[in-house]
Design a protein around this ligand. Structure first.
Ligand code: MN
Length: 256
């Protein structure tokens, strides 16, 4: 009798275990795999919002895929919605409740203590990316016109000379940093570069002035598209420059 009871218990246990296994196997098979559509879903730039704070992202004004084949959608989406957003949020966090909170970003970067690495990196990261995204566009014109074209001819002899010098500065810049076209204190155009997220408005800049065009040569700006071929990215960037915006920046810089 006792024996039969154990036999029955073992049978029941075996049955329960077997059922569980069977159920488990069925569950694994039934887990839905992400569809191809879900995998390629990408948000839109206007949906990217910084957390509450003094600064918001510069509006992109075009879709992530608008700059292909010069800059791919995945690179632009990562750059704008991840890197730029992160600098913006960290800057807002860092200045909340301080006397920097109510200043313009130009005032923040030119006044900040450059030995405060964290603030310098996040404020610079915000300012630099805002200018970069402002100066590129889907309907980019090939060359500057009007007052900016005249100033480039005056200070660099020709547009070709200017672009050779600018591209040269970007190619030789070691490591992560930025290349700039600036209006210096005498009103002259100059090409310069800075390391990391520094910029020519900062007190530590070797050449100071008001930036009117910014080229990001951090690897995150091009590596998915061009890998180690930074020069190809620099050439492609020139196809995306919105010279009308750069000219607006120029007019604003010389008016001050
Ligand atoms: Mn960047």
């Amino acid at each position: 009798m006792k024996n039969n009871f154990f036999k029955a218990t073992y049978l029941l246990l075996f049955f329960v275990l077997f059922s569980c296994n069977k159920k488990k196997l069925t569950e694994v098979v039934e887990v839905p795999l992400p569809s191809a559509e879900e995998k390629i879903t990408m948000g839109i730039p206007d949906d990217v919002q910084a957390n509450d704070g003094s600064f918001q992202l510069e509006k992109l004004g075009f879709g992530y895929d608008a700059l292909t084949p010069n800059i791919s959608a995945i690179t632009l989406e990562n750059h704008y919605s991840k890197h730029y957003l992160s600098y913006t949020n960290k800057l807002n966090e860092a200045i909340a409740g301080t006397n920097l909170e109510n200043l313009t970003i130009e005032e923040v970067v030119s006044q900040l203590d450059t030995s405060n690495e964290e603030l310098k990196n996040n404020a610079g990261g915000y300012y630099n990316h805002s200018l970069y995204f402002k100066c590129i566009g889907a309907k980019a014109a090939g060359q500057p016109k009007d007052s900016l074209a005249a100033a480039i001819d005056k200070d660099f002899e020709s547009f070709d000379n200017f672009s050779t010098q600018f591209k040269g500065e970007a190619t030789k810049l070691f490591g992560s940093g930025w290349v700039w076209l600036i209006v210096d204190r005498s009103g002259k155009l100059q090409i310069t570069s800075t390391a990391n997220q520094d910029n020519p408005l900062m007190r530590n800049a070797k050449v100071q002035g008001k930036p009117i065009l910014a080229l990001d040569v951090w690897e995150h700006a091009y590596y998915l598209d061009y890998q180690y071929k930074r020069k190809n990215y620099i050439d492609a960037f020139f196809n995306t420059i919105n010279w009308r915006k750069v000219e607006e920046n120029y007019e604003e810089a010389i008016a001050k």
